[in-house]
Design a protein around this ligand. Sequence first.
Ligand code: PLP
Length: 426
Amino acid sequence: MSNYKIETKCIQSGYEPGNGEPRVLPIYQSTTFKYNSSDQMGRLFALEESGYFYTRLQNPTNDAVAAKICDLEGGVAAMLTSSGQAANFYAIMNICEEGDHIVCASALYGGTYNLYAHTIKKMGIDATFVDPECTTEELNAAFKENTKAVFGETIANPALVVLDLEKFAAAAHAHGVPFIVDNTFATPVNCRPFEWGADIVTHSTTKYMDGHATCVGGAIVDSGNFDWAAHADKFPGLTTPDETYHGIVYTEKFGKAAYITKATSQLMRDLGSIPSPQNSFILNLGLETLPLRVERHCENALAAAKYLQAHEKVAWVSCPMLEGDKHYALAKKYMPNGTCGVITFGLKGGREEAVRMMDSLKMIAIVTHVADARSCVLHPASHTHRQMNDQELKEAGVQPDLIRFSVGIENIDDIIADLSQALEQV
Ligand SMILES: *Cc1c(COP(=O)(O)O)cnc(C)c1O
């Protein structure tokens, strides 16, 4: 980890060219790597030596970008995945197996909710969902003998609940399990969950990190702080011999890099959700301007939230940066420089008027996306969260009339003008 400030890390971390080498991180668009001796290749396969041999396991472009994200979060090791979904899947699968259980904050991205509530259940891993605003007693009551992890989003998509990171970290650690945080919306520019007790951070890099809606991707970062060996009985995958690598024990051989090394050498080897080096190159360009964009996203989001709040046709606005918002105090604590560019609101006319207003927008587009340079809207109850019933929607913090508004980095006057003309149509 470098000592540079975050703006500098976004530019400089992860890749340092040698004399006469390319100034910009090259795209190693190669599936494979050449060796002169069969012996050396053998040592790579046995994890006795580190080096590149096949891009599904490691690739220099992917690794450089992973190293940058690792540095931004203040971690010790990181890996990229082909999507945020893959990151959240691997983060759990790396330490859970059939018969295990996880505790999750219920306000989650719809795809993550489906993954944890339904898909991993078919693999024998159960999840208990808790209200993120529950008391410590309620949170502790969700743990079982077989609980292996706690999961939550820094700022929930789209409920915009700010997670009380310290409360969740304390409960996880009291039960001897890691706290995994999806930090997609806050980005390490606005919040670094490791500083508040999180052990593992995940990202959908598809959002602000890429920032231009060009590449789906994900990342997992390990703080190196969780002591797997101290809870060896809970995490046999990390603390007992891996027969598929001649009996190596990850915690013994790789120390603080054990978790990420296992994720790479087992899960990526077997499941293969790697990003293309080309996509990682594009992600890296996005990362270079992340602090500038995040600052503008937050500034525009707060201005748009204030505009909407004052509008007679608007019933409610949710933006944790807005004084008086339910999550204002937690946002100030964990993200004093701003939360993110996503805000939500509802109209007095309810669900039907919400759809009419969205259809009337001219510049702000209806797209299944958030957190890129262009302003966009989505109606989660009819789009991303369509599979959920009313009770599940409520638990996920999604009202049926909720419009998710991802405020872009256009000039705020143009954003407000578009909102204004669309609101005139309802
Ligand atoms: C979008 C998103 C994901 C899923 O990421 P993909 O890159 O779309 O697979 C996970 N978590 C959060 C908070 C998200 O916003």
